[in-house]
Design a protein. Structure first.
Length: 184
């Protein structure tokens, strides 16, 4: 499982890697541990390091600009924080605002998280036809927003303290963040 966040030297999120890969980067002095698991340490004959949860590369890596995050069902559920766009309950499925049978595509702006009951009730209709208004409009997250949303499920405790301060007041994925920890 990819459970370690990799930050660029400028503290921008780049990707996630396995714990093993993160340890290799730290041992090769290519990265430093910004945040470690509280109780987990990795020990060897001559090594004793904290298990990294967030690492930062020592050298800046230039990344080609990517305009949009790739669409996925999991991404839609994470973007909408597993909350139904129609009733606000726990969402387990993805619903197409404009149904696929009517030309609707698998895009960020045409899909929302939905509970199975509302997805079934809306069926092959638009929200207006079904009399089911959206509680919030779908949006298209940037690649960085998508990664922050995934890590944001644990709150700012998942980020190094300095990095949380650098994003204070930022509008990330439609949720305003404060440095005190979490969306408001």
């Amino acid at each position: 499982m990819r459970d370690t966040l990799v930050l660029n030297a400028s503290f921008e999120p780049l990707s996630t890697v396995t714990l093993k890969r993160a340890v290799v980067l730290v041992l090769q002095s290519k990265a430093v541990v910004e945040q470690a698991h509280p109780e987990l340490r990795l020990r060897g004959a001559e090594v004793d390091i904290p298990a990294p949860r967030v690492i930062r590369l020592c050298r800046y890596v230039r990344v080609p600009f990517r305009r949009q995050a790739p669409w996925s069902r999991r991404g839609v559920l994470v973007r909408d924080r597993h909350r139904c766009a129609y009733c606000g309950r726990r969402a387990t499925t993805v619903d197409h605002v404009v149904p696929r049978s009517r030309g609707g595509q698998d895009t960020w702006l045409n899909t929302v998280a939905s509970c199975a009951e509302d997805n079934h009730r809306k069926a092959d209709r638009t929200p207006e036809q079904a009399g089911m208004p959206l509680l919030r409009e779908p949006f298209e997250p940037t690649p960085a927003d998508a990664m922050l949303l995934v890590w944001g499920k644990e709150g700012f405790g998942a980020f190094p303290a300095g990095w949380a301060r650098s994003t204070a007041g930022a509008d990330i994925g439609g949720a305003r963040f404060r440095s005190e920890g979490g969306p408001h």
